[in-house]
Design a protein around this ligand. Structure first.
Ligand SMILES: Cc1ncc(COP(=O)(O)O)c(C=O)c1O
Length: 319
């Protein structure tokens, strides 16, 4: 179906293609279906939540015309908010750790955001943003929100993050796959994508198994000790043992992926499937491959290609 003419880029958010990874799964029994979220206007799935959070806040009156919007971001939510706020006329302040890649900061600024960078903890490394680094970003976001009388587009708590995926991403997966999904695995940052999609999947068919993906050595949600908080899988794995948006009853299990596995599979996605995505897409796919090799042989696994590989050109993701 040819997409219609849209009134703005905000309306071009969502309805991303679903692609079967038939080259990467050669020799394995079963299918991996990958949703190309990097084809959103801001090149990530977080455009979806930016739109939902802002539109929910407009609807319930918590965001007033012209009011400043503030959010803590690893870059992708900020890019989505920069697009949505720019089009709808809200000044936007993105508060981000200096540890996130430079492409993200430049892109948000280009889209009209004011970008505030927060230094990492003394023993943290660029490209490896830990839960401790994120706590510093949170403090600064709270301070700026108060100072500016702003609306905090709080992605860790606001239902819009859940709703974007519950109302749209999950149902799109189901529609595009003809409902043929046996399992879903998703690398958690805020857990919004997991929570929203899992709720939509379980409502459709409670037998769809939903697995949370975490970095090896930082699997706090699985209740494991955190020995490696400074992993390289950008966008999540913040070593938080509780994420407010997650519904425990929809979690069927936990999978862990190492930096090396995430990087190797991201590179395979690019070379073998023509899918140029980031670290977390590699993590999701690595987890899906493991499911096909174990309990889900012959089954269909759904995953998200969360953001574009272009966001990591300055990192060593690409050789
Ligand atoms: C690249 C990337 N992958 C994964 C995630 C995690 O998604 P969620 O916050 O929905 O758990 C994010 C979140 O910012 C992200 O930017």
């Amino acid at each position: 179906m040819t997409p219609p003419l849209y009134a703005s880029a905000v309306e071009a958010i969502g309805n991303t293609p679903l692609v079967e990874l038939s080259r990467l799964t050669r020799g394995l029994e079963g299918r991996i279906l990958a949703k190309l979220e990097y084809l959103n206007p801001g090149y990530s799935k977080k455009d979806r939540i930016a739109r939902q959070i802002v539109e929910d806040a407009e609807a319930d009156g918590s965001l007033q015309p012209g009011q400043t919007v503030v959010e803590l971001t690893s870059g992708n939510t900020g890019t989505g908010l920069a697009i949505v706020c720019g089009i709808k006329g809200y000044p936007f302040v993105a508060v981000m750790s200096r540890g996130n890649s430079v492409e993200r900061r430049r892109m948000m600024a280009a889209l009209g955001a004011q970008v505030v960078l927060v230094d990492q903890l003394p023993d943290s490394k660029p490209g490896q943003v830990s839960g401790g680094d994120l706590a510093l970003v949170e403090q600064e976001a709270q301070r700026i929100t108060l100072e500016r009388g702003a609306f905090r587009a709080d992605q860790f708590h606001l239902a819009g993050n859940f709703r974007a995926h519950y109302l749209h991403t999950g149902p799109e997966f189901l529609q595009q796959s003809g409902g043929e999904i046996d399992a879903f695995c998703d690398f958690a940052g805020t857990g919004g994508s997991f929570a929203g999609c899992a709720a939509a999947f379980k409502e459709y068919n409670p037998a769809i198994c939903c697995f949370l993906v975490e970095p090896e050595g930082a699997a706090a949600l699985a209740g494991e000790p955190v020995t490696y908080p400074n992993h390289r899988i950008q966008g999540g794995g913040y070593s938080m043992s509780h994420l407010p948006l997650l519904r425990p009853e929809n979690i069927d299990g936990y999978l862990q992926v190492s930096d090396t596995q995430a990087v190797q599979v991201s590179r395979r996605l690019a070379r073998e499937e023509g899918i140029f995505a980031g670290f977390s897409a590699g993590a999701n796919t690595a987890a899906a491959v493991r499911l096909l090799q174990t309990d889900f042989q012959g089954k269909t696994i759904a995953v998200m290609m969360c953001d574009s590989g272009l966001k990591y050109l300055s990192t060593d993701l690409w050789e």
